[in-house]
Write a protein that binds this ligand. Structure first.
Ligand SMILES: *Cc1c(COP(=O)(O)O)cnc(C)c1O
Length: 515
């Protein structure tokens, strides 16, 4: 505890260049690019006669010019300020930041998958269609459902897809005018109520019980002939398995409503539980969570939606149909009950390849083991930290993520945000904070199955050291953190609400026309 430099000592001497060791300070590209310069040598066009009828640009373009090495250095320096799952632990609860196996990347780069175009004749992409059919088969098998819509581009888009299928099914029953309510627990991810509301439903919030679970009596009380569906996350965002889910499904169906399950946390139960067996009618699967495809910068997302037999007829087009040994894509809504099309093409091929590669390389036993290890890792953290941090569910087994609250830091002068920022100084990406909303000062930690036991011990030791610091009143370690990051506290709200997207050169420099 004593060897850490005191904060006065962290006021390091200034450097002439502004760099810190070999970590470079990087200005905006506009600040070091030159307008009169190009990285490419092209002869000026001769006798060029514009054919734009006077619409050609009169003012300079205003783009910075850099040589190739300058340009490369700019972006490589910026990229080194990124934090990624390939850099270290990324314990964001609910987001499931797990290792992206390189085998998947290799498969996705096979030219037969990587170099095809969605408008190619089907006869030239038979292999790709077979791969989609294989992936569909395994998703349906693992979830115990009837069909899967591959088109949605993310979890939230999948929610939209599943709820549109529910809306179409209700309309087909002639109840569109009466069933306008969607039930969502307080602990739901914000996308659930947002999806329901954007489809014209009214959201009725249902409280969770003391034990973090949704109780059947609460659901029963909220159900009625005006309810279209419930949107329930299982395991829920407190990291708990909804024990009464079968009973809840029964009540929902008895009331003539549908059961939408937010399957973002499927990674905790894949290979162990089939959501279809629990009574789920629709569930999105975030391929970038459960099936290890990269999040964000690694490529586009994919959120396939599995559907029960009650909803399968309403799946979006295009979908795969097998005629004998030939697969076709049904592109036309005619003769189907499909609710229509929600994306131009059939989905994110590269993600399908990666997800299938993950499924096949693990096998059924490997997938079940990944779930078991994810749950084991989270419980290990729960047990190793519960004496220094507080949790309303500390004594209960959790699933793949463990939830702490801020009761243990009450009156310490340190907030959950401060604590998270101090983790950055320790080289660890913070956990999810202030979500779910059902506990005060939530800290939701999801270690995933892909961290070693040795690393989890390191993580525990670090968090314990931080926790003792809070308890010892070393407030400064937190309130000014992060001290060692390239930038310290940013005004995140203003950055999100009023992003500055256009560079304005200082007077006399280049001046873009539009703000
Ligand atoms: C991640 C997540 C979503 C949304 O998924 P995206 O792929 O980010 O759109 C929805 N619900 C829960 C519980 C999640 O964790």
């Amino acid at each position: 505890m004593t060897e850490r430099p005191r904060f006065s000592e962290t006021k390091l001497p200034r450097t002439f260049s502004g760099h810190r060791g070999l970590a470079h300070e990087t200005g905006l590209i506009f600040e070091h690019g030159r307008e009169d310069f190009s990285g490419v040598d092209i002869d000026p066009p001769q006798d060029f006669k514009p054919r734009l009828g006077g619409l050609e640009r009169q003012s300079p373009l205003g783009l910075p010019g850099l040589s190739e090495p300058e340009c490369l250095r700019h972006y490589v320096r910026l990229s080194k300020q990124n934090y990624a799952i390939d850099t270290g632990l990324y314990p964001l609860g609910s987001c499931t930041m797990k290792h992206n196996p390189r085998l998947n990347e290799k498969m996705a780069r096979l030219p037969g998958f990587a170099d095809i175009h969605p408008l190619q004749p089907l006869s030239t992409v038979r292999g790709a269609l077979e791969l989609m059919a294989d992936l569909s088969h395994w998703l349906v098998t693992l979830t115990g459902t009837e069909a899967v819509a591959l088109t949605p581009k993310a979890g939230a888009h999948g929610e939209m897809c599943g709820m549109m299928a529910i809306k179409a099914a209700i309309a087909a029953r002639g109840e569109a005018a009466t069933r306008k309510i969607v039930l969502a627990p307080e602990s739901a991810h914000g996308t659930n109520p947002a999806t329901a509301a954007s489809l014209g439903f009214t959201v009725r919030s249902i409280p969770a019980g003391e034990n973090g679970l949704v109780h059947p009596e609460t659901v029963a009380a909220a159900l009625g002939p005006d309810v279209a569906a419930i949107m329930l996350t299982n395991p829920n965002t407190c990291g708990l398995f909804e024990r009464d889910i079968v009973e809840i499904a029964r009540l929902v169906h008895e009331a003539g409503a549908y059961f939408y399950c937010d399957g973002a946390n499927f990674n905790a139960i894949v290979g162990k539980v089939r959501p279809g067996d629990l009574g789920v009618d629709a569930m999105h699967i975030n391929l970038h969570k459960t099936f290890s495809t990269p999040h964000g910068g690694g490529g586009p997302g994919a959120g396939p939606v599995v559907l029960s037999s009650r909803l399968a007829p309403f799946a979006p087009i295009p979908f795969l149909r097998r005629d004998g040994d030939k697969l076709t894509l049904v592109e036309d809504k005619e003769d189907t009950q499909s609710f229509g099309r929600m994306a131009a093409f059939h989905g994110q091929m590269g993600m399908f390849v990666r997800a299938l590669s993950y499924i096949l390389s693990h096998g059924g036993d490997g997938l079940a083991m990944a779930s078991e290890n994810a749950v084991l890792s989270a419980n290990y953290l729960r047990v190793c930290l519960k004496d220094v941090m507080s949790s309303p569910f500390a004594e209960r087994l959790c699933m793949h993520e463990v939830l702490f609250d801020d009761a243990w830091m009450k009156d310490s002068g340190v907030t959950v945000l401060d604590f998270a920022k101090a983790m950055i100084d320790e080289g660890i990406h913070p956990m999810t904070v202030y979500f779910p909303l059902v506990v005060h000062g939530a800290m939701l930690i999801e270690p995933t199955e892909s961290e070693s036991a040795a690393f989890l011990d390191m993580f525990v030791a670090t968090l314990r050291d931080l926790a003792f610091s809070v308890k010892n009143g070393e407030v400064e370690r937190f309130t000014g953190a992060p001290y060692y990051a390239p930038r310290t506290r940013l005004d995140e709200t203003t950055a999100a609400r009023k992003p500055v997207l256009t560079y304005k050169a200082p007077v006399g420099g280049r001046e873009p026309k539009e703000a």
